[in-house]
Design a protein. Structure first.
Length: 226
């Protein structure tokens, strides 16, 4: 009964807060509302975040390990970024629309050629003053290991020797992670019942390299080490 009431209260809070902030966004078109929404969603879901390291600012490229959809809320609440996400999310009811209005850059993971387009889209976004976050593992995991980073989306950063900022995420509850064959709905339902999830977000020192594969290896080492 306690778990049911917690789920119900959180669902009501999520719907009410989203409707309220969405109305404000439509009236003002202020990007700041997106960060406020992400922070509010994290708190409603019982996520408490401990942030350490120097947060990047301005226009930058951020890479992180990937544990699930909570990563979006934690990173988005900590720093103002747009995300690169799989193209399927665009078709999700409600969430797809919310992702699109926040400026999400979509990638077709089944097409190697699309990585070239997305890499240039990221480059243009950063040149235009936008901060972008990517998950170069390509899929979420249980956090026991950081998968090798795919270098395709780092091509332009290596070419222009732009500094890339690493970040490491960790959750103390498995309910905070969405990986494997579990559906989004099943994971979200489990998460709604958990009283609290402690999240650790660690920002590392920026890294540069002229070679995208070397850049990917160094970023992977930095994320894994933390």
């Amino acid at each position: 009964m306690v778990a049911f009431l917690r789920r119900l209260a959180r669902l009501i809070a999520i719907l009410a807060t989203t409707a309220f902030l969405y109305a404000i966004y439509l009236l003002t078109r202020r990007k700041r509302i997106v960060r406020v929404w992400m922070s509010a969603m994290a708190r409603i879901l019982g996520v408490r975040v401990d942030v350490s390291g120097s947060r990047p600012s301005g226009a930058f490229l951020l890479v992180s390990n990937h544990l699930g959809f909570l990563d979006i809320l934690v990173l988005g609440a900590a720093t103002e970024v747009v995300f690169v996400a799989k193209s399927e999310i665009r078709e999700w009811p409600v969430l797809g629309h919310l992702a699109s209005i926040t400026g999400t850059i979509y990638i077709d993971r089944k097409s190697a050629r699309d990585a070239v387009r997305v890499s240039e889209t990221i480059a243009n976004a950063v040149r235009g003053g936008v901060a972008v976050a990517i998950f170069p593992e390509g899929e979420s995991t249980d956090g026991s290991v950081v998968l090798p980073f795919k270098p395709a989306l780092l091509e332009w950063a290596a070419r222009e020797q732009m500094a890339v900022h690493p970040a490491t995420l960790h959750y103390d509850r498995d309910e905070g992670k969405w990986y494997g064959e579990e559906s989004f709905g099943a994971n979200f339902w489990r998460l709604l019942a958990v009283p609290r999830v402690n999240a650790a977000l660690r920002f590392g020192d920026a890294i540069r390299s002229q070679d995208r594969k070397e850049l990917a290896r160094r970023l992977h080492a930095a994320v894994s080490a933390r």
